[in-house]
Design a protein around this ligand. Sequence first.
Ligand code: NAD
Length: 360
Amino acid sequence: MAKIAVLSGDGVGPEVVREAMKVLEITGARFGIPLEFEEGIVGGAAIDREGTPLPLRTLSLCKACDAILFGAVGGPKWDSLPVDRRPERGLLLLRKELGLYANLRPVKLFAPLVDASPLKREIIEGVDLMVLRELTGGLYFGEPKGIDALPNAQGERAVDTLIYTTPEIERIARIGFQIAAQRRKRLTSVDKVNVLASSQLWRRVVTETAKEFPGIELDHMLVDNCSMQLIRDPRQFDVLLTENTFGDILSDEAAMLAGSIGMLPSASLGDGPGLYEPIHGSAPDIAGQDTVNPLATILSAAMLLRYSLHHELAAAAIETAVSRVLEAGYRTPDIWQPGPAVLVNTAHMGDLVVESLVKG
Ligand code: NAD
């Protein structure tokens, strides 16, 4: 029996997780994978009930599970709290506590959505890349961090610290080369070597680690150029390896290649249970309207089956079902274009994927 912790979180989180659970249940039944779900609270919902974004009970539940299905956290209600007590801190702590250092964000354009992207068809047709982002180091965690007062009422001083060590870079680089080996065997490492010391170490260690993987073609690209190349010629990329902050920004940019942020799944892996979530946030502007696109979370559930339960066939079946539903012309508002496409709400989109899985 595979045990899955379900952390829906805030805003649209519960809406998208509900659809992904429907899909996981039917996929488990079809492929004979016994699944047990247990819910935990996180983010703003946990702050409201227990005063902390990651209660100990939730953390223990996650540690005892095979995988975690996560929605999203955050929202205006908690925006005035200090940074270390905000909902987003719950997710950062969870990543840190579980040692989830590798964040995989596949960006694949489903052919029927070629016109949903703001970019031209001839630039994005066939886009299929993987952003691999280091998730537990760099600016988001480095110490010292904080804001303090300058003397003589001159205002304040804010500090964030960007730290990377050789072992941290080596382990994420190895995952990058391994992923590239299963794909088109190209890895582009992203850095800012012209100004950052951490990037100088990053480039040196990635270049050294490449010697363990002679079959993979490695190149290096500055992050500013990479941001431009993603829009100019995204098909040049196979695997993009980045540190934490660069990866956060580049993967949202890359999301637009796939039509909508609502299409992009992710997996965060370490040595224990993996965490699977859409790359989008809690989308408070559309929460509670039943219009949010659940496909990113449904595709995250497919990644859960692939990477934590090692059930490639079941994962591929979900991806095929999503593809069929899109080919049949069904769209949530974020990917809808005027024309023959049928506009559906969140629950209907989930039902359509389930129906397609049942048909096989
Ligand atoms: P967001 O990703 O929530 O939303 C950005 C825009 O994309 C919004 O207009 C939203 O309506 C739209 N959108 C997002 N997901 C969608 C989907 N599945 N279908 C259709 N439209 C979708 O980012 P934001 O507005 O910058 O952040 C909102 C809150 O979420 C903030 O509190 C932020 O801190 C939090 N956040 C959480 C996570 C997370 O939990 N992993 C990630 C990013 C942001």
